[in-house]
Design a protein around this ligand. Sequence first.
Ligand SMILES: Cc1ncc(COP(=O)(O)O)c(C=O)c1O
Length: 345
Amino acid sequence: MSAPWRGFASDNYAGIHPEVLEAIARANDGHAIAYGDDDETERLRELVREHFGPQAQVFPVFNGTGANVVALQAICRPWEAVICAESAHVNVDEGGAPEKVAGLKLWTVPTADGLLTPDLVDVHAVRAGDVHRAQQAAVTITQSSELGTAYSIEALGTLADHVHSLGLRLHLDGARLANAAAGLGVTLREVTTDVGVDAVSFGGTKNGAMGAEAVIVLNPDLAAAVPFLRKSAMQLASKMRFISAQLSALLTDDLWLRNARHANAMARRLESAVRAVPGVEIVRRVDANAVFAVLPSAATERLQRDYRFYTWDDHTGEVRWMCSWDTTESDVDAFAAAIDREMRG
Ligand SMILES: Cc1ncc(COP(=O)(O)O)c(C=O)c1O
């Protein structure tokens, strides 16, 4: 076996946090009722109410695409549609699952920074009642966004009010919700329930879980359908206790926050180390755990021989450097030094 390595490709390249692994081992005790009627899942329900507010209902699932598909189906009827940023994971990285599995049209809009605004939503808030147009029912946003940026609490509140004034509902893809909340210095409740989000895809995997996500329904009107949608979307785990135990571990002793704060701090460390390197341009705000930069493609290719990371945009040469809960200061410093050496020749 080759030596263990860490790179900057994705926060889901990281392993499992030891506290999550211990929680899985603790849950591995005797028999438990299948499909969510177990004590672990009951404990998760309590923790989610504590963190998101008393009306929050949690439905664990296997992955983020599944969470998004189930949540959007809970909001939309079969002939309806979802407004999203062109860069949204639901649009570019889910293999068409929202369209194929949920049968939902996506109305996409280009953004400057991965974030929607009321004006951008309005681009598609048209022709309501027109039988020829897939009728918008949901707006989905990603927090933190695919471009490493995050909505402020004020921006979220304004957007949610606008979405609701149009008679639509707001879904939040929170694959990196922990990183956004940590960056803003707010609770999970303040960044979701309190601003008026209707349903959340809550991510655990990028935050130190082995593989655990959840649909969290905040608008009680949407909850009744979710158990049925989750089953038909093939996201109902029989041994659910092991998924629930992972999410509960993240929501215990602020593990979610410790992990997210650390990943964000590593991204800021990388950003400040490379900002002054000639020929490297940081092109996005670093609000969470990702750094986006433009550098010459030849330099990218040489760096990628030693460090894994993705080219985000082949046309502009923009790359993404992602930090995770287990990125160390020396990982960052060594990578920044390699970038510096590469660029200074
Ligand atoms: C914004 C966003 N949403 C959702 C997901 C979840 O994807 P998966 O279905 O691979 O768990 C990801 C993972 O990359 C993501 O970045």
